[in-house]
Ligand binder design. Structure first.
Ligand code: HEC
Length: 104
């Protein structure tokens, strides 16, 4: 086998793993601005809700679930809360989730 092909494959594998890993972790710095723009109106800048029946992230309400569960919830929406599928990318939602988890 040509040695360079082997190295190339390993290199591509690392790039893919790194990208996927970074995407799944979410970046709270990027998420902060998205949260302020899209979510703080109801959930409050510091995670203290601005109206009734909204979970308080500052008290850990509504966040004791996996990223995957919350991702599905945020995409779909529920009741008063709009769905963000098509408005925010999956990566943006993951960033926002990473930020929300810093509020508790
Ligand atoms: C119009 C008001 C409103 C906006 C805007 C809003 N939410 Fe919500 N959110 C709610 C309400 C109300 C609930 C409770 C829904 C329920 O329990 O039926 C909720 C619940 C949640 C939960 C808890 C889900 C669970 O399973 O308990 C999360 C997480 C969440 N919102 C994230 C977000 C994010 C992220 C954004 C911005 C991208 C956002 N919300 C924008 C009103 C809002």
């Amino acid at each position: 086998m040509d040695c360079r092909v082997g190295f190339y494959r390993i290199f591509v594998l690392f790039v893919v793993l790194f990208t996927v890993g970074a995407a799944q972790a979410g970046d709270p710095q990027r998420g902060r601005q998205i949260y302020i723009d899209h979510c703080a109106g109801c959930h409050g800048r510091m995670g203290s809700p601005t109206m009734a029946a909204v979970p308080a992230f500052s008290r850990g309400e509504g966040v004791m679930k996996s990223d995957q569960e919350l991702l599905t919830f945020i995409k779909r929406g529920q009741g008063v809360m709009p769905g963000y599928d098509g408005l925010l990318t999956e990566l943006e939602i993951r960033d926002t989730l990473a930020f929300i988890r810093t509020l508790f």
